[in-house]
Design a protein around this ligand. Structure first.
Ligand SMILES: [Zn+2]
Length: 50
């Protein structure tokens, strides 16, 4: 899980409480337990360099 800094939970309004589970594509608030689905793009798209 990755902590999402400078983001506020839209349910309980706690700052820095969101954890990203990239594998499940879910953001979960560790304060109130609210979950939201997110679309996580893989890192091998959109860079084009290399
Ligand atoms: Zn919350």
């Amino acid at each position: 899980m990755t902590r999402l800094e400078d983001l506020r939970c839209s349910v309980c309004l706690t700052l820095d409480s969101l954890q990203l589970d990239a594998r499940a594509g879910v953001v979960e608030c560790e304060e109130c337990g609210a979950k939201a689905r997110v679309v996580v793009e893989t890192l091998d798209t959109g860079w084009g360099g290399r």
